[in-house]
Design a protein around this ligand. Structure first.
Ligand code: SF4
Length: 254
């Protein structure tokens, strides 16, 4: 069963290597983390106040009644086709698989069929992942996937052993060409983040590393961006903005 929190677009990819590219987002429900350190307050449908990451609606199982359950991948393809059919593209729009943590579904046949469908039809497929789960990359189509790996640092409050999986990072970077790392950083965590990122990079093949400013409004992003740009310049990282937040704040489905 594939549990889908939302499918939306066409919109633009707001962050990472392919910022600005027209994309359809398929957001899977469930995550193996909570990232309570990210301090986003929310209320569950049963009225409990909690604190976690800004994708809490795709993470907290209390919201699972709002997720659509698909036995087969083609229900998802139909939804995406409906969104694309409103437009006359003469190119293949990007497909972004996000979550929650979509790699929780990696070993499901229907998940693999979904990915293969879009790769075989010449779409660029990005999987946005925390890259903490074990996986095998065996098939040629899997090597075409772009893994956008948002490896969690200590400010997530997830335990180190759980959040850094060197075997998976190595497998992904050795088997795919365009995969990369990205980190969302705030001013208050910059020095520690720098040390932690460099420790991770010692143990994996060379790859692009993007730093992005923390914040869920344009104002909050502006408050962090100059320091994050300077950190990127000083340390040989790449800076990336978070365009969707600048334009839409944290509004869902755009
Ligand atoms: S890994 Fe990502 S989706 Fe999961 S809890 Fe952390 S920030 Fe949220």
């Amino acid at each position: 069963m594939l549990e889908i929190n939302e499918i939306f677009g066409p919109t633009i990819q707001g962050e990472g290597k392919y910022v600005g590219r027209p994309s359809i987002f398929i957001r899977f429900g469930k995550c193996n983390f909570k990232c309570e350190g990210f301090n986003v307050e929310y209320e569950t449908p049963s009225g409990i106040k909690k604190c976690a990451c800004d994708s809490y609606f795709a993470v907290d199982k209390e919201f699972s009644d709002t997720w659509t359950k698909h036995k087969s991948y083609d229900g998802i393809v139909n939804e995406v086709d409906k969104l694309i059919s409103n437009y006359n593209y003469d190119y293949k729009i990007d497909i972004v698989i996000t979550g929650g943590e979509p790699l929780l579904y990696w070993n499901k046949e229907e998940f693999q069929k979904l990915i293969k469908h879009y790769i075989d039809n010449s779409h660029k497929v990005t999987i946005e992942t925390n890259a903490s789960l074990n996986l095998n990359i065996e098939h040629e189509y899997q090597k075409q996937i772009v893994f956008s790996m948002s490896v969690k640092l200590s400010n997530s409050l997830e335990p180190l052993k759980k959040r850094i999986n060197y075997e998976t990072l190595n497998k992904i970077l050795l088997n795919t060409k365009e995969s990369y790392l990205k980190f969302v950083i705030g001013k208050d965590f910059m020095t520690k983040a720098n040390v932690e990122i460099k420790e991770i990079l010692k143990n994996i093949p060379k790859c692009d590393v993007y730093l992005m400013p923390m914040g869920d409004t344009a104002e909050a992003i502006n408050n962090n961006s100059e320091d994050v740009i300077n950190m990127a310049i000083k340390n040989g990282f790449l800076y990336c903005d978070r365009l969707h937040i600048r334009v839409w704040d944290n509004k869902r489905g755009v």
